[in-house]
Design a protein around this ligand. Structure first.
Ligand SMILES: *Cc1c(COP(=O)(O)O)cnc(C)c1O
Length: 422
């Protein structure tokens, strides 16, 4: 929320910087696939005196007194999570997505065990056993990817690797997957090799809640998700589980990995989950997918190459090779033009991870601002203008940045930001 009379006199420097970030968020097109704009209600709940309270333990079983109110808040968050996703158990305490995934390991496997996930450069997450993550150091991690031609996960290949490596834990889901995840097929493979199946739906949780992507519930043994991506809550995470894993998950989160839960965040999560149960949220989820499809279509029409040839969800992964530029300089120039993206590896990327061939974009945040297919086509046009100008050289690029930035400002001025403009 806009810094109030309390902050400004105490710390004008930070108040100024928050003002600046508000302006930046209002004046740019947020195309980062993992980001969103929370509602004013979520923002308000997240910045409260609840931050003053220690609550190690779980509702009714705490290690500190004074939990009369906190217990009610956490119980509501848990009940709403269970009801929204249709699971028997929910833990809303993980500090974020990475610690939530660590809790899954702690609850289900031992150091040195074989685990399997999607490889990071193919679209997986660090915590799915990638080498530089603790999960790649402490476990024997094996990986599946996507087909070179299809850009999609090949379930026959996943099964082959699983049968050969016999992982004890399989992760499905990831950070750069533009296509529907086949949860039933993963579940069948996990059953066949007697592995625990964890579905990490961090990116798509809002789509699942809104009925715009199939749910892993009923297929995966454990579901992890961040709360701040398409689900549109505060920064945090949740773990949903069958009764079978409920106790182990709770013990892994606390006392296994964490101390006191962040109660102010728990309240924000509870509010976000209430919002996510409304018909408006379902409409938002459907619109995210429609917007991504429109954006992908227009990019394809303009000669962009897309990983897997398109999208089923909120995310579009662009391979810039056909445009003659790399991801990083493109992302930097687009940012100067008011289009905020991130550079990303594409499957089978011949370039290095810190200087890859791709751009990852998503439509959740723009959809939260009320933008629709028409605006997505404009966004694709601007991306094309900036990227094409970048390939043409510095002078052309500078002109394109100035031109596009002006047009972006006209658009952002017409779409208020939830949580900022009331
Ligand atoms: C974002 C993400 C995470 C990690 O979330 P953090 O909150 O950044 O730790 C884990 N898994 C997937 C698939 C993600 O997209």
């Amino acid at each position: 929320m806009t810094p109030t009379n309390a902050l400004r006199p105490v710390d004008p420097e930070i108040a100024e910087l928050i003002d600046a970030e508000e302006r930046r968020q209002r004046d740019t097109l947020k195309l980062i696939a993992s980001e969103n704009y929370v509602s004013a209600a979520v923002l308000e709940a997240s910045g409260t005196v609840l931050t003053n309270k220690y609550s190690e333990g779980y509702p009714g079983r705490r290690y500190y007194e004074g939990q009369q109110v906190i217990d009610q808040i956490e119980t509501r968050a848990v009940e709403r999570a269970k009801s929204l996703f249709g699971t028997p158990h929910a833990n809303v305490q993980p500090y974020s997505g990475s610690p939530a995934n660590l809790a899954v390991y702690l609850a289900t496997v031992k150091p040195g065990d074989t685990v399997m996930g999607m490889s990071l450069p193919m679209g997986g997450h660090l915590t799915h056993g990638w080498s530089v993550s603790a999960t790649g150091t402490w476990f024997n991690a094996v990986h599946y990817g996507v087909g070179r031609e299809t850009g999609r996960v090949d379930m026959d290949e996943v099964r082959e690797i699983a049968l050969r490596e016999r992982p004890k834990l399989i992760f499905c889901g990831g950070t750069a997957i533009p296509r529907v995840i086949d949860f039933p097929a993963f579940a069948e493979i996990a059953r066949e090799v007697e592995a625990v199946l964890a579905a990490d739906i961090a990116h798509i949780a809002g789509l699942v809640a809104g009925g715009a992507h199939p749910s892993p519930v009923g297929h995966a043994d454990i579901v992890t998700t961040t709360t701040h991506k398409t689900l549109r809550g505060p920064r945090g995470a949740m773990i949903l589980a069958n009764e079978e894993y409920a106790k182990a998950i709770d013990k892994a989160v606390f006392p296994g990995l964490q101390g006191g839960p962040h109660n102010h965040t728990t309240a924000g999560i509870a509010v976000a989950l209430r919002e996510a149960a409304t018909p408006e949220f379902a409409a938002y989820a459907q619109q995210i997918v429609a917007n991504a499809a429109a954006l992908a279509d227009e990019l394809l029409a303009r000669g962009f190459q897309l990983s897997s040839g398109g999208t089923d969800n909120h995310l579009v992964l662009i391979d810039l090779t056909s445009k003659g530029v790399a991801g990083k300089p493109a992302a930097k120039l687009l940012d100067r033009a008011g289009l905020e993206t991130n550079y990303n590896t594409v499957p089978y990327d011949p370039r290095k991870p810190f200087d890859p061939s791709g751009l990852r974009i998503g439509t959740a945040a723009l959809t939260s601002r009320g933008m629709r297919e028409g605006e997505m086509r404009e966004v694709a046009r601007w991306m094309d203008e900036v990227v094409t100008a970048l390939a043409a050289g510095e002078d052309t690029a500078e002109k394109a940045v100035a031109q596009v930035h002006g047009e972006v400002s006209e658009l952002t001025a017409r779409f208020p930001v939830p949580g900022l403009d009331r």
